[in-house]
Design a protein around this ligand. Structure first.
Ligand SMILES: Nc1ncnc2c1ncn2[C@@H]1O[C@H](COP(=O)(O)OP(=O)(O)OP(=O)(O)O)[C@@H](O)[C@H]1O
Ligand SMILES: [Mg+2]
Length: 302
């Protein structure tokens, strides 16, 4: 049984299609990423999965249950760390966890033990008695993730879990995600950090304008869309671009650079150097960020 199965999943807001008939399947125990520019429809998709927002049309099953028929049962077994901070400002750090635990009918003693364990893990123990407005933004993110784990979920939804976190906190969260994966917890992750997606996701989709435009394993997407190397050439002349085009190499021209996508960076550089003067260039490994920019475009989507 897949963890999530979506067919023709659609979300409309007043005639606007925020999610446009997408199909995907997430297997149990995998870490599955949703990437895409601002407004692509990632959070809207997450909200439908955790039964926080109704499906407009299409089919959506979570852990074998239909979101329309079994929202209560689904909410019992999944954990959600939403993109926005929705901690209760009138409670302390620790009480945000214990009050949340009550929704799941976790007995008091157990609830307190879990809260303390999760505070410890997220390195928030020292802040346990502080009020929410008194803790930093990064601490709030960590607390939201701790809260999502209070019911020991089979599936965890992390909507931009590391946005605004310092490197230490980011690595802490990565460790936790890897530990959850070892425990066969399914993790759904959205992020704008491509290094994070490349490290954590077994598979991912890239969304744009409500549609899925690419799907696959990170490494496989890089190989398929970009190749092994990217050659970045600073302030290229038009003749060089014409040559690259004539050779049939995959490339992109940005305002100040020519990016050549190739499996043979060194050979391409040697060939270009024979014909053109190259003041500055760089050969580097292709990354998921290249895939993202190539597939969704370089202009800001608004
Ligand atoms: N409650 C709502 N009412 C109307 N429009 C909405 C609502 N929620 C989201 N939208 C619109 O749906 C689209 C998708 O939004 P969504 O929040 O899913 O994007 P996202 O991919 O999560 O973006 P980001 O990276 O900025 O978090 C956007 O155009 C947004 O303005
Ligand atoms: Mg979002």
């Amino acid at each position: 049984m897949p963890a999530v199965r979506a067919e023709g999943l659609t979300k409309m807001f007043d005639g606007f299609k925020a999610v446009d008939a997408i199909d995907f399947q997430i297997e149990e125990g995998e870490c599955f990423g949703f990437l895409g520019p601002n407004g692509a429809g990632k959070s809207t998709t997450m909200r439908m999965i955790h039964c926080g927002s109704p499906v407009t049309s299409g089919k959506l099953e979570v852990l074998g249950m239909d979101v329309n028929d079994s929202p209560r049962q689904i909410k019992q077994v999944i954990g959600v760390a939403p993109q926005e901070n929705n901690l209760d400002p009138d409670f302390t750090v620790r009480r945000n966890l214990t009050v949340y635990g009550r929704y799941f009918d976790i007995p008091n003693g157990e609830c307190g033990r879990r809260a303390d364990r999760l505070l410890e893990f997220m390195q928030l123990s020292e802040k346990r008695d502080e009020m929410i407005p008194e803790i930093s933004g990064g601490m709030k993110r960590r607390l939201i993730i701790a809260r999502a784990m209070m019911n020991e979920p089979r599936m965890l939804i992390l909507d931009e879990p590391t946005t605004g976190l310092d490197p230490q906190a980011r690595h802490l969260i990565w460790e936790k995600v890897r530990e959850l994966k070892r425990q066969k917890v399914t993790v759904l992750l959205t992020t704008h950090y491509m290094d994070e997606a490349e490290r954590l996701c077994d598979r991912l989709v890239i969304m744009d304008h409500g549609k899925i435009i690419l799907e696959g394993r990170p490494r496989e997407l890089i190989d398929r869309v970009i190749g092994a190397d990217v050659l970045e050439i600073d302030v290229p002349g038009d003749e060089m671009e014409a040559y690259v085009k004539e050779r049939g190499w995959q490339y992109e021209r940005t305002i100040d650079r020519l990016l050549v996508y190739t499996d043979q960076g060194q050979r391409v550089v040697a060939e270009l150097k024979e014909r053109f003067s190259m003041s500055y260039y760089l050969i580097r490994n292709a990354t998921l960020e290249d895939v993202f920019l190539r597939s969704t475009g370089r202009a800001l989507v608004e």
